[in-house]
Design a protein around this ligand. Structure first.
Ligand code: GRG
Ligand code: ZN
Length: 319
């Protein structure tokens, strides 16, 4: 299997059996022998991996193949006394894993196991004087962490606990003259950081502060000749940009500016990296990208919260 959207489309076209193959792959990643080299190297990624894998399963309508009690129990054990979550049991907490833990519990409809104030206090404690957020106690600042903080607090109904105005102004200070956003003020525009900044602004109801035409133009220019998308000028296309770019375009209401036909086409695809080995991260982005393109058989995903729309509705609309 390859990091290639064509393959995912093909698998979906093959019907039920192909979906089952996907599901089997994700389960095999979860159950990988604990003493294997890869398991040791990837251990710190486990909480993120759980989010990528389980969201993919849910988008394919197969979340019921996992033991939700067992996963919930493991997540609880990954919580640190500070309230934040680690990538695995006994590791240090980080805001990245905290969002993944909250997202997985949301998917499994298990948010009720959380001490919401404890988790949200951990995030509140990471906001800096200038409105930015650090990733953990060591202080690295990045607009990724702003998005994560706002997304997580919103899912927990605790956005009122931080200084929202400062958080929004910090994100705006990372806006560039090309309409894009970087990881810190003056940082180069990159589709991943744009997803974070636009997502954070969407969650806080601040999208009117974005120059949608200018940003929409920059994002559309990410489509290369083959139809795939790259993350910044002169770089190679990659399946994960189908998520970072398309979700951003949807949030700013400019997705009709992209050539969907070329993107959808069997040869061209969302990405063109047939030499890379498959991983659960790119499997997620391939399926999530297809979801954004309303591909039949894939559930709709919310472009800001990166969770299936029905999960987001359960949280905000109680249904
Ligand atoms: C819940 C979906 C979700 C995300 C959580 C972690 C995070 C928030 C967002 C990450 C955003 C980001 C920076 C994505 C980019 C990842 C990526 C493919 C980086 C590669 O960068 P380079 O420089 O590759 O290696 P390019 O393609 O620019 O050459
Ligand atoms: Zn990638």
């Amino acid at each position: 299997m390859y990091c290639d959207c064509k393959l995912i489309i093909l698998m979906l076209q093959m019907g039920e059996l192909a979906v089952d193959k996907h599901v089997k792959y994700i389960l095999s990643v979860q159950k990988k022998r604990k003493d294997s080299f890869e398991a040791v190297v990837m251990e710190h990624l486990t909480m993120n991996g759980a989010y990528w894998g389980l969201t993919t399963l849910d988008l394919l309508g197969k979340l019921d193949v996992v033991d939700s009690e067992e996963i919930t129990e493991w997540i609880i054990q990954c919580q640190h006394e500070s309230g934040g979550f680690a990538g695995n049991i006994g590791h240090d907490p980080h805001i990245l894993y905290t969002l993944s833990a909250v997202q997985v519990l949301a998917l499994l409809d298990k948010l009720n196991v959380l001490d919401v104030d404890k988790v949200s206090n951990y995030i509140v404690g990471l906001q800096n004087e200038d409105g930015s957020f650090s990733g953990d106690m060591w202080g690295e600042v990045d607009t990724r962490f702003s998005y994560i903080a706002l997304c997580c607090l919103s899912l927990l109904h605790r956005l009122d606990k931080i200084n929202m105005e400062k958080a929004v102004n910090y994100i705006l200070s990372c806006k560039n003259v090309d309409g894009g956003f970087g990881c810190i003020p003056g940082g180069e525009s990159h589709a991943g950081q744009i997803f974070c900044c636009v997502g954070a602004l969407a969650i806080t109801g601040s999208l009117h502060l974005v120059d949608k035409d200018l940003l929409g133009w920059w994002l559309c220019e990410r489509q290369v000749k083959s139809g795939g998308l790259n993350g910044r000028p002169e770089k190679l296309p990659d399946v994960c940009y189908s998520w970072w770019v398309l979700s951003s375009l949807i949030m700013i209401d400019r997705v009709h500016w992209i050539n969907k036909e070329k993107l959808d086409k069997d040869n061209g695809g969302i990405s063109d990296r047939p030499d890379d080995a498959v991983d659960v991260f790119h499997t997620y982005f391939g399926v999530a990208g297809l979801s954004l393109l309303e591909y039949p058989g894939v559930k709709a995903i919310d472009p800001a919260y990166a969770l299936p729309v029905d999960v987001v509705n359960r949280i905000f609309l109680g249904r």
